[in-house]
Design a protein around this ligand. Structure first.
Ligand SMILES: [Mg+2]
Length: 123
């Protein structure tokens, strides 16, 4: 059994950030991303943009929720892989950012809610 199969095995907690990260790490190891350019940031940014485009296509073409969730998962996997490539504490950054976002105010702008610091904008 290879590392990815182990990472996807029954012993994994599918709700755990650490186990998701371990599964992506196993995927990177399996394909030797670190040694083969798969962890280079310019390439990763292009891949993330590509997945965002696929998400956009799902929305603009009214594709199924299944296809949309698959494309969002592609982007999530790339984000987790970027955390690995850049040695980021994405879990910590997520919770720190949520705390900051929670303190921000919301405004309706052109009929849509926006939560932001609204720097440089008129009151
Ligand atoms: Mg995709």
């Amino acid at each position: 059994m290879d590392e990815l199969s182990k990472a996807n095995g029954d012993c994994m907690n599918r709700d755990s950030y650490q186990d998701m990260l371990a599964a992506v790490q196993a995927f990177h190891d399996k394909h030797r991303f670190k040694e083969t350019g798969g962890e280079e940031m310019i390439y990763r940014v292009a891949l993330m943009a590509e997945e965002l485009g696929e998400i956009s296509s799902c929305v603009t073409k009214n594709k199924s929720k299944y296809l949309l969730s698959e494309e969002v998962a592609d982007l999530l996997i790339l984000l987790l892989g970027t955390a690995i490539a850049q040695e980021l504490d994405l879990n910590g950054a997520f919770w720190d950012k949520m705390e900051k976002l929670d303190k921000r105010t919301a405004r309706m702008i052109n009929g849509r809610i926006r939560v932001s610091e609204f720097r440089g904008m008129d009151q």
